[in-house]
Design a protein. Sequence first.
Length: 113
Amino acid sequence: MRTKDYIEKPRSSGYRAVHHIVKRDGRLIEVQLRTVLQDAWANQVEEDSRRLSVGYKFGRGEEDVHGYYRVVSDAFSALDYDEELSEELIAAINESYARAAGRLQRPPLEEDS
């Protein structure tokens, strides 16, 4: 029926995949094609969203975290194309992680009184 190529044009979040919408037995089915790294990235964003109760997958939450997801997506894309990571990209990963790390950690549980 249609194809959305988020590899050629990634979403602003950094999400990358190819989605094919097909019709079978009168039902629309979405088939998502991802590399191993694209799948790991998407699963991590979803896991962080659930674990921290923040809708990162839907664009909610802190910009520092989204910046980190975008730069990791860029790095994974380079690796998918067998490109060497540049010093600038490695520095951007480290800098964005330093800004986002505190937000990506689960807050400690409060002890019952």
